[in-house]
Design a protein around this ligand. Structure first.
Ligand SMILES: Cc1cc2nc3c(=O)[nH]c(=O)nc-3n(C[C@H](O)[C@H](O)[C@H](O)COP(=O)(O)OP(=O)(O)OC[C@H]3O[C@@H](n4cnc5c(N)ncnc54)[C@H](O)[C@@H]3O)c2cc1C
Length: 477
């Protein structure tokens, strides 16, 4: 972007900042101009200006995507977090209408008081609804409720020609905008049908497993009698115990229990302390010095051992836990990414089909071990299929692998990414784009064969590629 444009835009819009921007994983940064609009009119003015001056626009919600899908080197980022109003809330029907910058936390603060919930909630409570739509995010209920788009009833989309398009569920454009990574237009208003729940509380059951086969069997079994499930896997252990860990499942509590505004506020306020008492910054700064594979291996052992001691009575259910405390458990270990600084981390989240699932997951863990790319915490979730154009879906299992960059040679990481991509493709799997910044264009095309239809629609709705991102340039141009 030219200096003249930066100066003009800065004088036209109050909330404009020029500087280095990063994805959540903080692996690299690039300069962009960031504008935080507060109304649709302002968004329209910015788009018109960019049309005249040929500036590319990338949208950003909460900035919780890990890599380059929220970067737009030397161009413009439109940060939607200030358009964060709940426009309509009907506690009788559970219908809610929101601006795109509204977070999961703010919807829960309202809806859980009346026993209504969003489904498909990611682990980050400040993720925005615009961001959730554009990655079609998933939660621990993915195998039951699918991905986020299932509950959305209609969307208002501001196009690059300034028109606002209202799109409903059965519209092919709807199927593309959900999971569309902001490439078709700016989502400016969303209508959602929330799900009625018996109470805002869940009971959690934690069951130990001796290996990945048992974990997968248990994930399957819990589909029959629970609403949420996730398996935690020790990525370091080898041999017969490979992938040992525990499965945490949860079910809504069918009792007349009510929450309060105060309890929700507490649950949805970010803690500064790890487990409520350890000051996070100093702990992570010291932790960084010990963040080495040998220590991580030990921590995984310790984690398993502690789980064994605390959950000795397998099958035992917890007392009722507020859903937001269960779902946003990351909140209990705040600022964990401090430990990866200053070089950040890569997360790879592959989804592999259920057929042969146990064996492929075992092989994948072995592949990580071969490259010394085992994850500190490794979560496995079950998923189901949907019909959105580009979507992290399918009847199978996803597994999260995150590796710190510090202490690793670039060539070795590249080799791992190449082998991992080949492994995933040969097993008909895919990598979650919200967390990716590594796969090649060819790998992307193999993992997401609908990309051709995606690009045809992109051409018709945004012929001048006004909406873009570093990821779009990497994978689709
Ligand atoms: C701690 C943590 C836990 C997570 N857990 C999960 C999980 O369990 N499941 C899961 O699926 N994901 C998970 N994620 C990833 C996260 O949910 C997604 O990356 C999500 O899309 C981030 O939303 P955001 O509001 O931060 O949007 P951003 O990351 O800022 O943007 C995401 C995408 O949406 C586009 N976009 C944003 N706003 C708009 C708009 N108004 N109109 C059009 N496009 C827009 C952006 O251009 C970008 O392509 C997690 C992330 C973190 C940090």
């Amino acid at each position: 972007m030219k200096k003249k444009n930066i100066l003009e835009l800065s004088s036209l819009f109050k909330t404009t900042i020029y500087g280095l921007q990063m994805g959540y994983a903080e692996t690299h940064s690039s300069n962009s101009l960031v504008i935080k609009p507060s109304s649709i009119e302002e968004c329209r003015e910015i788009i018109n200006y960019c049309n005249r001056e040929d500036i590319k626009i990338c949208f950003r919600g909460g900035g919780f995507s890990y890599g380059d899908m929220i970067l737009n080197t030397n161009e413009l980022i439109l940060d939607m977090s200030s358009m964060n109003n709940i426009l309509v809330w009907d506690s009788d029907s559970g219908q809610i209408s929101v601006e795109p910058g509204v977070s999961f936390a703010s919807i829960f603060k309202t809806s859980l008081l009346d026993n209504w919930t969003l489904t498909s909630c990611p682990g980050g409570m400040d993720v925005t609804i615009g961001g959730a739509i554009s990655n079609n995010v998933h939660g621990k209920d993915a195998w039951k409720n699918g991905n986020f788009g299932q509950q959305v009833t209609s969307i208002e989309l501001l196009l690059s020609n300034s028109d606002v398009l209202i799109i409903e569920k059965n519209d092919p454009i709807f199927k593309a905008v959900i999971g569309g990574m902001g490439m078709f237009g700016l989502v400016v208003k969303i209508n959602i049908q929330l799900k009625k729940i018996p109470s805002p509380y869940v009971r959690v059951r934690t069951e130990l497993t001796n290996n990945i086969t048992e974990s997968i069997d248990l994930l399957e079994l819990r589909k029959e009698d629970s609403d949420f499930s996730v398996a935690w896997v020790d990525a370091f252990i080898k041999g017969d115990s490979i992938g040992r860990g525990y499965v945490s499942s949860a079910s809504w509590v069918y009792e007349d229990l009510k929450t309060t505004e105060l309890e929700l506020e507490k649950s949805l306020t970010k803690s500064k302390y790890i487990f409520g008492f350890l000051p996070s910054k100093p702990v992570w700064c010291v932790g960084r010095l010990f963040f080495k594979p040998a220590v991580l291996k030990l921590l995984n052992k310790l984690h398993y051992f502690l789980a064994k001691v605390s959950f000795a009575k397998s099958n035992a259910f917890s007392s009722p836990v507020l859903f937001t405390d269960y779902n946003f458990m990351h909140n209990k270990i705040p600022d964990i990414k401090e430990v990866y600084r200053p070089f950040g981390f890569y997360e790879f989240e592959p989804l592999l089909p259920r057929v042969e699932g146990k064996e492929t997951l075992k092989d994948l863990i072995k592949l990580c071990q071969k490259h010394k790319c085992e994850s500190l915490l490794c979560g496995v979730k079950a998923h189901k299929s949907d019909d959105f154009l580009i979507s992290f879906e399918g009847d199978g299992y996803s597994i999260g692998v995150d590796i710190q960059i510090a202490g690793r040679e670039k060539v070795k990481v590249k080799k791992f990414v190449k082998e991992l991509s080949e492994f995933i493709i040969s097993n008909q799997g895919k990598i979650y784009l919200a967390k990716d910044e590594n796969i090649s264009k060819i790998s992307f095309q193999k993992m997401y064969p609908n990309y051709k239809d995606f690009l045809i629609l992109k051409k018709s709705l945004d012929p001048n590629h006004r909406f873009s991102s570093d990821m779009y340039k990497r994978l689709m141009t």
